[in-house]
Design a protein around this ligand. Structure first.
Ligand code: FE
Length: 346
C-alpha cells in the first residue's frame, strides 16, 4: 500500500518525540478496516527509527457510539492483549480509553498513544516541548492543589476538594514507560475527592457538548451537590437535550461529576466544529484542548482509579471562566494569567 509522504514524515516526528529507538517494539492497534493508512505509516516510521513494528487488528462487531467510553472490541481477546503487552509503545487507533485492558497494557510497561483524529488535526495541533512543559506544570499544580474554585460571569461558582485522585497529563506524546497520552491534546486533569464537589455550573452559549459535537445555544444550569449533578435546568432546548441524553443510559452514576482541568494548547481551535460543519470524521480534541478553556465533565472516573465505570460520559469545555487554585489565580475570564502556563505570544 502506498503511504502518504507527508503522513510518514509527521508520524516519524511524533515517534521521535516518543523517543522510539532501535530495538524497541511498536504495535499498531486497529479495528478491522479502520485507520489502515495510519497503521501502515506508523509501522514504516517505527522501522525507519530502528524499531520492530506489527499491527493487531480486531473485529468491531458493534458500531462506535459518540460519548460512550470504555467499551471496545479488544475486551476478552487474550491473545491480542498478550501480544500488545510485549510492545514498548502501542499506537491505539481502536479506542481503549477508560478500559481495564488499557490499564493492563500500561501495567505491563507499554506506553500507550491514542491517535484517532483526522490528519489535518494531527498537523494543526502537533505537540511541542513547550506544550509539554506547560501541561506538566498544570499537572504538578493539580497534584499539590487542595481547593479548586471555578467561577464565571454566567453564574458558575463551583468548588472541588482535591488530593484523593491522581492527575493525568495529556500533551500529545509519551516517552515514559507505562505512560498513556493522546496525540494531539494539551491539558491535565484530576477528579474532586469523593462527595466533595459543590456549587453551580452554568453552561453558556458557545460552551461545548463534546458528545454531540454541538455548541451550547441556551444557558444550562447544573446544581452540584456532594459530587453529583442533582438538577439540570434551562429555558432553551440544551437543558432538555442534556437531561434526555443522560437519562437514556438509565444509570444514576452518569450524573457524577468527573474529571476537571483546563486547556493549554494555543494551536487548538474553539471554532473547530463550526468550521468543519460537524463532519462525522471530525473529533473532539480541538474542543477539549483549546487554550484557556475549563474542561468540566460528568460520568466515569476509572481512568483516575475511581470505581465509577458508567458508559455515560460528557466532556463540557467552557469558555470565559476564572480558575483559582489554593488562592493562586490560573485563568481570569478565559485568559491564562499564570506566567508558567502562558503560551508564547499569549
Ligand atoms: Fe473526558
Amino acid at each position: 500500500m502506498a503511504v502518504d509522504a507527508e503522513m510518514l514524515a509527521l508520524f516519524k516526528a511524533e515517534l521521535e518525540l516518543c523517543k522510539v529507538h532501535e530495538g524497541e517494539v511498536v504495535a499498531a492497534l486497529t479495528a478491522c478496516g479502520e485507520f489502515i493508512d495510519y497503521s501502515h505509516a506508523f509501522m514504516l516510521a517505527a522501522e525507519g527509527l530502528g524499531a520492530t513494528a506489527f499491527n493487531v487488528t480486531v473485529p468491531r462487531s458493534k458500531p462506535k457510539v459518540a460519548g460512550v467510553q470504555g467499551r471496545h472490541p479488544l475486551a476478552g481477546n487474550f491473545p491480542a492483549i498478550e501480544s500488545l503487552k510485549r510492545a514498548d509503545l502501542v499506537i491505539d487507533m481502536m479506542g481503549l480509553l477508560f478500559s481495564a485492558e488499557q490499564a493492563e497494557l500500561q501495567a505491563a510497561g507499554a506506553r500507550v498513544l491514542r491517535v484517532m483524529e483526522p490528519l489535518h488535526v494531527l498537523r494543526q495541533m502537533f505537540p511541542t516541548e513547550d506544550l509539554r512543559r506547560r501541561v506538566e506544570f498544570e499537572r504538578d499544580l493539580l497534584m499539590k492543589g487542595k481547593d479548586l474554585h471555578i467561577t464565571s460571569k454566567g453564574g458558575t461558582d463551583v468548588r472541588y476538594k482535591l488530593s484523593q485522585y491522581p492527575v493525568i497529563s495529556e500533551y500529545g506524546y509519551t516517552y515514559e514507560r507505562g505512560r498513556w497520552d493522546h496525540f494531539p491534546s494539551g491539558f491535565s486533569f484530576t477528579q474532586g475527592n469523593d462527595g466533595s464537589v459543590e456549587g453551580t455550573v452554568v453552561l453558556m452559549p458557545g460552551d461545548i457538548f463534546a458528545a454531540f459535537k454541538r455548541y451550547v445555544q441556551t444557558p444550562v444550569r447544573l446544581k452540584i451537590e456532594r459530587g453529583y449533578v442533582t438538577s439540570i435546568e434551562g429555558e432553551g432546548m440544551d437543558a432538555a437535550l442534556m437531561r434526555n441524553y443522560i437519562e437514556s443510559f438509565n444509570d444514576p452514576r452518569g450524573y457524577a461529576v468527573s474529571h476537571i482541568g483546563w486547556g493549554l494548547n494555543e494551536r487548538a481551535n474553539w471554532h473547530h466544529f463550526a468550521a468543519t460543519q460537524n463532519l462525522a470524521s471530525e473529533h473532539v480534541m480541538n474542543a477539549l484542548s483549546f487554550y484557556g478553556n475549563v474542561l468540566f465533565s460528568t460520568g466515569p472516573n476509572t481512568e483516575l482509579g475511581g470505581a465509577n465505570d458508567t458508559p455515560c460520559h460528557m466532556d463540557l469545555p467552557m469558555r470565559g471562566c476564572s480558575v483559582v487554585l489554593d488562592d493562586v489565580p490560573i485563568i481570569a475570564e478565559g485568559k491564562v494569567v499564570h506566567p508558567e502556563m502562558r503560551a508564547p505570544g499569549h
